[in-house]
Design a binder for this molecule. Sequence first.
Ligand SMILES: O=P(O)(O)OC[C@H]1O[C@H](OP(=O)(O)OP(=O)(O)O)[C@H](O)[C@@H]1O
Ligand code: HPA
Length: 186
Amino acid sequence: MSQTDIEHIKQVYAEADLLFTPAEIEAAITTMAQAITQDMRDANPVVFSVMNGGLVIAGQLLTKLDFPLEASYLHATRYRNSTSGHGLEWKVAPMIDFKDRPVLIIDDILDEGHTLVEIVEHCKAEGAASVKTAVLVNKLHDRKARPDLQADFVGLEVIDRYIFGFGMDYHGYWRNADGIYAVKGM
Ligand SMILES: O=P(O)(O)OC[C@H]1O[C@H](OP(=O)(O)OP(=O)(O)O)[C@H](O)[C@@H]1O
Ligand code: HPA
């Protein structure tokens, strides 16, 4: 990326609207962890974080899940560092055997939901006993892949704008932003 582009990346951050503070996100993750623990503490699940976006939420959520589980990752991408989605590309399929075991998928955002639908279908087809989903944010709009599509565990509901931070990227940048921001004008 050229110096000009980096200036654009810095400008996007400087002009963005803060939607959720680090403290609000921390509280939401704690509440999610309590709900997941209540539901899965005796389930012996395999927990997959969806790379790249799930990196930050999974890191924080996992440390609050105080029961036996196996943690791993999978890598599927639909946006490929752009701001609009295309067909899902599998980069790394799940590597832990989860046949006949409950699976929990952790991701940063449920936007249109094509990503989670495909991942859930894949895990079911590969023999998971059940598949649940946990997302840090659910974006509110009527463009879901299925009208009734919901994650089992949701941290925060977010307005229909392009957002970044806490794992979510703007053209590959600002996954490291400590807060959830909306891009100006998007
Ligand atoms: O609900 P959807 O409309 O399918 O979008 C949500 C997905 O998009 C993002 O991933 P992306 O494809 O950008 O890859 P990334 O994780 O590397 O950012 C995000 O991390 C979710 O996995
Ligand atoms: O609003 C978003 N921000 C970042 N990544 C995303 N992936 C789907 N929607 C988004």
